[in-house]
Design a protein around this ligand. Sequence first.
Ligand SMILES: [Zn+2]
Length: 406
Amino acid sequence: MPEVVNRFLKYVKIDTQSQPDVEDRYPSTEKQKDLCKILVSELKELGMEAEMDHYGYVFGTLPSNSDKDVPTIGLLAHVDTSSDAPGANVNPQITVYRGGDLTLGNGIIIHENDNPELKNFVGKEIITSDGSTLLGADDKAGIAEIMTAVHYLLDHPEIKHGTVKIGFTPDEETGNGTKYFDVKKFGAKFAYTVDGGGMGEIENETFNASSATFKIEGIGVHPGTAKGKMVNAIRILSEVIAMIPQATAPETTEGREGYLHVHNVKGAVDGAEAKLLIRDFTKEGMENKKYFLSKVRDLLEERWPKAKIVLEIKDSYSNMVEVLSQYPGVVDHAMEATKLAGIEPKLALIRGGTDGSRLCFEGLPTPNIYTGGFNFHGVREWIPIFAMEKAVDTIVNVIKLWHDKS
Ligand SMILES: [Zn+2]
């Protein structure tokens, strides 16, 4: 087996599932550090400096082997796996794909029709779980690919490179991957997360994201004597929801389209509340959606003068292309590195956020490189060995390109 596969099979057997909505400790689950500790000792075995801090962040350094002045490049992946599917006792399976549906056992089938990319890997080896758990390619494939690439660079001193910083982070799946990430201590000028999907995809865009809350204050009166007095907040809130167009909901949009998503409501006669997500790839689209919500509030205020209607909007993160477009070399080098690995590169967008998008706005421009995996966060996760090897080549190439083009 290639090194990247041996590493991957080792890492996926370590349960590192994180837990959402944990406020009082970091990382959200202590067991994530089990893998972090192994990674520290593996980096040291390779002859690199490495350490884990008390949050679980693993930082390692591959020193420059060149006299040239080359910017320090970071490589990042996350150790935790999603809580959307079982993550303990992962039993990886390697199958030579012969076409058609892929049966995993435990009644789980990866259907050819739902996975059009499968046809690109006929005759090649694919790694899956046994159907009872997720696989953990998100993002242990990224870790295995970075470790293998770094090992390759150490074994090939004839490939000249600048300083490379390695970072393995906890709690990405809970949205807190960069919560205590010290950009300054990490010390990279530019970085790449290796946390993407299908072979050849370089992700340079995320949503702009805000959240909105409609708070309706009604007037509660005994229903027997309520005529002309009661103002039912539930009725007003249902009008708010009815005004949110169905054509701009997550279930009716894709690709570059944004959405308004009502995801939580609660209420009684005297008070009701709805929570929404606002998502768009452009600033203008965000402003339009926010303006639309303010019009909904204005209209209902007119219709219900005795109620109190409050709209609160909070920005959460921004499209990282805003930052990355100022440093075109970062994405260009990743595209060229993919091409040099013999794979057609493709720019892709993320209908969500990433650790990279937050790092971009903290001063560390960080696009996302493919791992090669599909169907993340579920029992139907799969990853071709061929794609993992190409990801390793891409990482080696990108480090080399930063040296050669500096
Ligand atoms: Zn991930």
